[in-house]
Structures are given as structure tokens and as C-alpha cells.
Ligand binder design. Sequence first.
Ligand code: ADP
Length: 346
Amino acid sequence: MVYSARTMALLLAVFIALVTVLFLSLVQSVTNDGLIVAGVISFSGSYLLIYVVLEFLVFREINKIYKMLGKLRKKELGGIKSEKSGALNPLKNINEEIYSFALLKQKEIDELKKLEAFRKEFIADVSHELKTPIFAAQGFVHTLLDGAVNDKTVRTRFLKKAAKSLDGLDVLVQDLLTLSQIETGDIKMKFESFDLLKLCTEVVDQFEEKTQKKEIKLKLIEPQQKLIIYADWQRITQVMTNLVSNAINYTPEGGEVTISFDVSKKNITTLVTDTGEGIPQQHFSRIFERFYRVDKSRSREKGGTGLGLAIVKHILEGHNSRADVESEVGKGSTFSFKLPRSKDDE
Ligand code: ADP
């Protein structure tokens, strides 16, 4: 049973008044009126005193709880101060503290729920993506084992197909690894000043064979000034490789892919433009999500993992930048991103 300060004071005061009256009744010279007066005085006096003392003790305890809540909150928020009303009443302050603390916890719970849903979706996506090349390779190998191995032409064809599926699986696993390493922060960006034109020239060289095969003209438009940027060489190479690779993949034979630059006082914008199939506008915001493809079968047929642009997005986020897309269906697309010029070169 929990008594309030007032009830406690009342009970104790009655007890003290009774003891006082009982004690005084033993003294012969005290009259009945005297007993009543002494009883009333001792009751009121002790009631008042006990009530004030109890309230003070409760007040002190509440203040302690309030301070402890404040400390807890500070620890949770890493030193960020809460918005306090600064009221004198500790109960009001406690109420505010508990409310904001509960709000904070609710936010954390919501965040965790979102992450959990995201994790489940991701596992389902990855399993699905892995299944496709594994099943394909498995099918070819089993057909060979079931007798097709004896036919030389079928054997070579099926082995080539199985190898292609396994190569695709390798690329997918590499992309997944890169993405997860960037997301978990295992890969730290190594910022340095370097020549962006040199990087782009290396990327262009890398695609020489592919562009020749598809008869695609890959052009690098050199600007007047030097392009010294401050970024991570390896990661920006990956960004350019993914963007140029997509541009070539989604451009029909005989098309053109151009790398150009827009230089301002502080930044350099790199643009990768193609004359390919283009992207309908409603997909712009989603193509940077993992495994999102405008045309699933087309992407797979071109060996796409569906992770290229997600990797681009994460790397650019690591550079406090982002990729922009402009596109017109049937005419082509331009992917661009901005990076800061190196201080030495501004
Ligand atoms: P993928 O491996 O499928 O190419 P990406 O993440 O690199 O995955 O790209 C996501 C999707 O965006 C692609 O499947 C494709 O539909 C679309 N896309 C990307 N780049 C281009 C481009 N240059 N032209 C047309 N569509 C593109």
C-alpha cells in the first residue's frame, strides 16, 4: 500500500496528538480544556511539520531522479542538450525528460525496424540474384554429365555457357563485396590530388576492345585547363568504369559515348553522355537502388549485376557528392557528378 505525504502526515499527527493527550492526562493539574487545546496544538503542529518534511524529502528524491534522467539522456545523445522548459517544478521537468527520452527510443525502434525490413529484402534480392547464374551453370554441367559431354560441339558450347554464368557470378560477388565494404565503412576513402584526365584516359583504354566490338565511338573531350581534383583515385576510377560500362552496354551498335568536363572555380563536373536507349523519367530516382533495373532481362543479357549505380552512389556519397541523370527515351542519357578541384589548382 502506498500512502501520500498528506495521509502519512495525518496519521502520524493523530498518533502524536493522542500520545501527547495521553501523557498530559497523567498530570493531575491539567484540565480537560487544557487537554483538548494541547491535543489540537500538537496535532496541527506535528501535521504541518511532518507534511513539510515529507514533501521536502519527496521533492529531493524527484530532483535526484530528474538529474539521473538528464545524465542518461546526455549519454544517449552524446552530449546533445535537450530542449528544456527550465520550469522550477521538478515533476514537470521529469515529465518532459521522460517524454523526450521515450521519443528518442521510439525513433531508434523505428530505425531498427526499417533496417530489419531492409535486411530481409536485401537477403531475398541477393539469393534471387545468385540463384540465376548458379542454376544456369548447374544445368549445363548436369546436361554434360548426362551424356552431352560425348558430343564435341555441344560440349564446348555448354562449357562456354557454364563458364559465362560463373564469370557473371564472380562479378556479382565482387560487386556485392565492394558495396558492403563501402556501406560498412571497411573501405576508407583515400583522398589525394590527382589528374582526372589521366584517370579518364585509363578508363577509356580499358574499354577499347569492347567499343571496337560494338563499333561504338568512345570520345574523351579534353578541356583547356588541367583537371586536378581532390578525391580517391581508385574509387573514382570505379565510378567512371561503371558509368562508361553502362553507357556502352545500353547504347546500340554504331552509337557514341562521350566523356566531357565542366570546370568552374571550385569544382569539376564530369559528364558521361551516350546516344543509347535512354531511361524513362519515372525510373530516375530508383536506378541508384540495389538491383533496380529498368528492364530486368535486358540488363542480365548484358551481364549487368544491377549494382553498378548503387556503387556509384555510395562512392560519391563518400565524397559528399551525388550522381545526376538526364535522359530522353530513344535519344540517350547523361550521367554526371561534381568533385572539388584540388586547392593547389584552383
Ligand atoms: P546494371 O548492372 O543492370 O546495368 P546498374 O545499377 O548499373 O545495373 O544500372 C541500373 C539500371 O539503370 C540498368 O539496369 C538500366 O536499366 C539503367 N541504366 C543505367 N545506365 C544506363 C544508361 N546509360 N542508359 C540506359 N539505361 C541505363
